[in-house]
Design a protein around this ligand. Structure first.
Ligand code: IPD
Ligand code: CA
Ligand code: CA
Length: 261
């Protein structure tokens, strides 16, 4: 492991422990898929179980850090450091037996993300980043792609949710993208992995509305440390306030902003 600060080690340990349970539960899904009741409640229980393992591990190592986690909400301690956790990002995939989901943990210091881990337990792919020290996939340094022509790119997006009040806007943005530039757009169903894949240069950009902080916290540092841009749809830093996020390599981000704004 090239990144081995104490906090990184804490995150890796928590992830590996939780992943064991996640992999075992994912194996169960296939059986439940064919049962009349379906895997719905089982998945909710899995989410909570995995979250508990992560939180217990993190608190054991760092009892005074605060926590914001999707299911458990806020645990307020130390005001300087805060873990931001999504125990399963890609629950719908998990529920359907599609092997594409991740554990995502970011670490904030004074409001800024300084470390991030996104772990895909099925493919055993661990994306890690630390401020000033770069981004890694397993032990290899990763960089965003250098593709500069949108027509040669692959772009990821997600949503909209059925019930969201910006559903029509999201659909309009999707149509703008696909009609203006005939590029492949993908919806893979895990925002954290979407961002990790931009960081690794597997795809070139990603945009989405209405994501929560735990969906993107670890992804933000991964993309930044791999040389990519993270902004809102207007090219500014207000992705949390505006609830729009755009990540891309430095060559196509302006063109993406033009299409989205
Ligand atoms: C979801 C995934 C998905 C995105 C949704 C998120 P969850 O997170 O990241 O890709 O489109 O907006 O809520 O519910 O699986 O943790
Ligand atoms: Ca999520
Ligand atoms: Ca989740």
């Amino acid at each position: 492991m090239k990144l081995n600060s104490a906090n990184i080690n804490v995150m890796v340990k928590a992830c590996r422990k939780a992943a064991k349970v996640l992999i075992r539960d994912f194996g169960e899904i296939e059986n439940l898929q064919v049962s009349v009741k379906g895997p719905g409640d089982f998945v909710t229980a899995s989410d909570k179980k995995v979250e508990k393992i992560i939180i217990d591990e993190l608190l054991k190592a760092r009892p005074d850090y605060s926590i914001l986690s999707e299911e458990a909400g806020e645990i307020k301690n130390n005001l300087t450091y805060r873990w931001i956790i999504d125990p399963i990002d890609g629950t719908a995939n998990f529920l359907h037996g599609i092997p594409h989901f991740a554990i995502s943990i970011g670490l904030e210091k004074d409001g800024e993300i300084i470390c991030g881990i996104i772990y895909d337990p099925i493919k055993d792919e661990m994306f890690l980043a630390e401020k000033g020290n770069g981004s890694y996939l397993n032990n290899q340094r990763i960089r965003v792609s250098s593709r500069s022509k949108l027509k040669n790119c692959i772009i990821f997006t997600g949503g909209p949710r059925k019930e969201s009040d910006t559903r029509d806007l999201s659909l309009k943005e999707y149509n703008n993208f696909s009609s203006k530039v005939l590029i492949p757009i993908r919806k893979l169903g895990s925002a954290s992995l979407d961002m990790a894949y931009v960081a690794a240069g597997r795809c070139d950009g990603f945009w989405q509305r209405n994501l929560n902080y735990w969906d993107i916290a670890a992804g933000i540092i991964l993309v930044k440390e791999s040389g990519g841009f993270v902004t809102d749809f207007y090219g500014e830093n207000k992705y949390l306030e505006n609830k729009t996020i755009l990540v891309a390599n430095s060559k196509i981000n302006k063109e993406m902003i033009e299409i989205l704004k």
